[in-house]
Ligand binder design. Structure first.
Ligand SMILES: N[C@@H](CCC(=O)N[C@@H](CS)C(=O)NCC(=O)O)C(=O)O
Length: 269
């Protein structure tokens, strides 16, 4: 039996936090899911599965209005909502399905806590672990604005207010990361690789998707955030991102994800 079961749309950089951590501390994950466009037809449950056509429709017992990032109807069981009160994916479960773990940072924490080998991914004592938590908590501030921004871009709903908030969140997060890296001795929370680095790499990979909409952003008179002069003030943060992405445990997920973005921007090599 796997150490944790996960359900998500695939690929999903928020899920990569868990898969990268699992690779580094040898935790076994049972991952269920399908591409974003297909998750509408799935039953969101511990026993997630694709629904038969006859099981779908507004009168289904499981039909719920989608909340964020999805539109229309999704099929979530009562048990899913008991385990995952905010109704989101990625969604993790204890091996018997009795406990739901939500929020990608907490799922990543559950992965490293499940490890049976020695590691320092969550620090070596309560102070290091709490410092790592600080980076994870701060990333949520960035991630929330990034989610609103990416959805606004996807739905052609970008406003000046959303652009300004995103610029502010991006610069606040990147300045902190750059500052941390200038004194830490190698990684975000200190000399060693931790889940703070994994979280940072995955959030930045997710936000890299905004590069695909740079023309839309520029047409509205704004500056694209993940390109050119907006990233130059943060050489340490972006250098660190590149170094992390090059590591095999990261590359397995982030490599194909970022390559796809580049191919859409510049065409296949
Ligand atoms: N902060 C959450 C974000 C999760 C989230 O918002 N997931 C959205 C998809 S992007 C979702 O599952 N929405 C379900 C719905 O629309 O009902 C995390 O990091 O796990």
């Amino acid at each position: 039996m796997a150490d944790l079961r996960l359900f998500s749309y695939l690929p999903n950089p928020r899920l990569f936090k868990a898969t990268i951590a699992a690779r580094l501390c040898r935790v076994d994950l049972d991952i269920r899911g399908a591409p974003t466009t297909e998750l509408h037809n799935w039953l969101w449950d511990f026993e997630a599965r694709e629904l038969e056509e006859s099981e779908r429709g507004a009168d289904s017992l499981y039909a719920r209005k989608a909340l964020t990032g999805f539109a229309g109807t999704l099929y979530k069981t009562d048990a899913f909502l008991k385990a995952h009160p905010f109704g989101t994916v990625p969604a993790a479960f204890s091996p018997d399905g009795s406990i739901g773990i939500f929020e990608s940072n907490s799922i990543m924490r559950a992965v490293v806590r499940s490890a049976k080998i020695e590691h320092a991914l969550y620090g070596r004592d309560i102070f290091e672990a709490s410092r790592i938590d600080g980076f994870l908590d701060h990333s949520v501030v960035f991630a929330r604005d990034a989610q609103v921004y990416l959805l606004a871009l996807a739905n052609d709903e970008l406003t000046e207010d959303i652009q300004m908030r995103m610029e502010e969140a991006f610069h606040a997060y990147m300045s902190g990361v750059d500052q941390a890296l200038s004194t830490s001795g190698g990684h975000l929370a200190g000399p060693d690789l931790t889940i703070a680095d994994i979280c940072f790499a995955c959030e930045l990979a997710l936000f890299s998707g905004s590069r695909l909409s740079h023309l839309k952003v520029e047409r509205l008179g704004f500056q694209a955030i993940m390109t050119g002069s907006a990233i130059t003030p943060y050489p340490l943060a972006f250098g660190h991102f590149e170094k992390l992405c090059a590591q095999p445990a990261f590359d397995e997920d982030l490599g194909p994800y970022l390559k796809k973005i580049d191919e859409k921007l510049f065409g296949a090599a």
